[in-house]
Design a protein around this ligand. Sequence first.
Ligand code: PA5
Length: 443
Amino acid sequence: MSLIKLDISKSGVTVNSEMLAKAQQANELLHSGKGAGNDFLGWVNLPSSISAEEIAAIEAQAAKLREKAEVVICIGIGGSYLGAKAVIEAMSNSFEFLHRKHANPTVVFAGENISEDYTFELLEAVKDYSIATIVISKSGTTTEPAIAFRIIKAEIEKRYGKAEAAERIVAITDQARGALKTLATNEGYPTFVIPDNVGGRFSVLTPVGLLPLAVAGIDIKALVEGAQAMEEATKAEVAVEQNLAAQYAIVRNELYAAGKKIEILASYEPKLQYIAEWWKQLYGESEGKDGLGIFPASVTLTADLHSMGQYIQEGERTLFETVISVANSKHTIKVENDEQNLDGLNFLTGKRLSEINKMAELGVQLAHVDGGVPNMRIEIPQIDEKAIGELLYFFEKACGISGYMLGANPFNQPGVEAYKKNMFALLDKPGYEEESKAIKARL
Ligand code: PA5
């Protein structure tokens, strides 16, 4: 039984049998492995195929890192970064950094940028803490994490020596290929494998996501259980009318066909901001190709009602909105009575903030719908591992279905290479001599 609910009643789309048949066909293609990009479908049955032994191996490695390090630096970019970042943000106390007793260890991230100041400040910040690192790269050759890893590896070796460094560096990479795999083998780093048939942005439920999450103290068994429930609820055998991922994929494709080119993922919980970042990569890289695809954007509300709210309400009518709605807060805070009532808010006395937040959400939904922004709502009962696990798989499955409905190969990302060629040419990488000359002439 899945916990997530999907409400499409304010999307303006009436789902008909033709749409259902198309979505069903797309889902069957994912399961039969006969569609485009079919060598990257390992994620479809991934949750149910994760064994207790795999979880135990990940937890055992996490325990070793937790014992050794106060700060674990997680190095990766794109799909080798966003899943872990998203779930850690969702599950952590928003003010962890102010708590006298920090989470032990604290997981921080590197290699998702090439900022000199970020890297300097990171090294400064961890100066007085014991450190370890998890370096994640499927290809093992991505420039940003490779640069960060050089620096962090040197720091670890300087502090602890080479032998102990091999206890504090864990590599997650391809089974056989790539520079990181070669290095990990040569240096004897503990290594976890990213399956060949799982692409980066679909890899959160492999060691790519699970090891950093286990290090951060997150219950990865419950996360996987949540994903398993959603895998079960969206199988090809499930009636497509009951398949929430198919319904979501149908509505977004219909809206796109009707000229709604931008989907805004909105949430009223700041903790979910990085879930939206993860979602943006998932949908942006999967569908944005061949001159097509919905542009995935996100807002955190109510904050962004005071920045993006005007545009959403009255700007160009090419938007639709999907809200991740959280039914229950973990904690209770009520509005106090104030004798003077100068702010006029005594009508809220005794109300929980979650109740006010919910009314904001419903009010905004109706205002946006009235303003020509179709709306879908995905409700999760609360922010916990099980619900987040469901949500991750829900979005993955819907992405596969949606991409096939659009006619795309959702599992490649040819466009990501263009910037790399230019960057290497500008940096005079050997082998890029012709490109270097050509690009420098354009500057
Ligand atoms: O989804 C993808 O495949 C990409 O976003 C990759 O995850 C990203 O480019 C990082 O690649 P790698 O893990 O090979 O370093």
